[in-house]
Design a binder for this molecule. Structure first.
Ligand code: DGL
Length: 271
């Protein structure tokens, strides 16, 4: 038995971990942030895949049987290859899940007119993964995607509540509405973006519903574990969280404590 692994390029996955812990407090979790190499959003397909696979292997080596890619960029660019190509060779009994499907499958209950706006990293947008998955679930829906290259750096550099954030959030939200004024649902397809939520809500000004992912991923994971008792049996349940980072732990703990709204202690690992 081992903890459930939660991976992100940096701090963003903590917005997912926080909600998962609320839903599944009895489980042990191991969070890994590849902060030394974040952001992933502007990196190539091959590099995101290579870094994500290294992270998954590191979590497996530390006892995780189930790993959640709490990063849309990694889910978009690496999940399918890892599931189809790598897992059968590494250990077919282990599982890696992402955050995109649990988000997409709820959109039918949220959107009234089927005009979905996606705000995400350049990597997630250019992968086309959201467009493909939304079209599979809801063939009549129309997706307009807009990349926000400055949003993750604003969060990673603790500028998410500064005036620079207002400027970029307004600019990108307005660009999305300029492309499709009838957008009625906006998916925040990056786990860093909930930190910018007050500014996003201000910029959207009631024109659309805003979808964040944490509670959706948490509900989906709870459902997955109830349907897969053989995986659930591999997950230890002492209510603990271990934090790992590829950066200096002091740097990680300051920011992670802001995300988690409680003191966090981390250990550095190399991938
Ligand atoms: N938090 C990640 C996501 O959900 C990406 C951040 C990054 O660019 O590294 O897409």
């Amino acid at each position: 038995m081992g903890p459930i692994g939660v991976f992100d390029s940096g701090y963003g996955g903590l917005t997912i971990l926080k909600e998962i812990r609320k839903a599944l407090p009895q489980y042990d979790f191991m969070y890994l942030g590849d902060n030394a190499r974040a952001p992933y959003g502007t990196r190539s397909f091959d590099v995101v895949y290579e870094f994500t696979l290294q992270a998954v292997k590191a979590l497996f080596a530390r006892g995780c049987h189930l790993v959640i890619l709490a990063c849309n960029t990694a889910s978009a660019k690496a999940l399918r290859s890892i599931q189809q190509k790598d897992l059968p060779a590494i250990d077919p009994s282990r599982r890696v899940l992402g955050v995109i499907i649990p988000t997409v499958e709820t959109l039918g209950d949220i959107s009234a007119n089927g005009n979905i706006g996606l705000l995400a990293t350049p990597g997630t947008v250019s992968s086309g993964t959201y467009d493909i998955e939304i079209a599979k679930f809801f063939p009549k829906f129309r997706t307009v995607s807009h990349a926000c290259p400055m949003w993750v750096p604003l969060v990673e550099n603790r500028e998410y509540d500064g005036p620079g954030a207002d400027y970029f959030v307004e600019k990108d939200v307005n660009a999305l509405f300029a492309e499709e004024p009838d957008t009625d649902t906006i998916v925040l397809g990056c786990t860093h973006y909930p930190l910018l939520l007050p500014k996003i809500e201000k910029a959207v000004a009631g024109r659309a519903r805003i979808v964040t992912q944490g509670h959706l991923v948490a509900a989906s994971l709870a459902d997955y574990l109830s349907r897969h008792p053989e995986i659930d049996a591999e997950c230890s349940k002492d209510g603990s969280v271990t934090y790992l980072t590829t950066e200096h732990p002091d740097k990680f703990t300051g920011m992670a404590s802001v995300f988690m709204e409680q003191p966090v202690t981390a250990r550095r690992i190399e991938l």
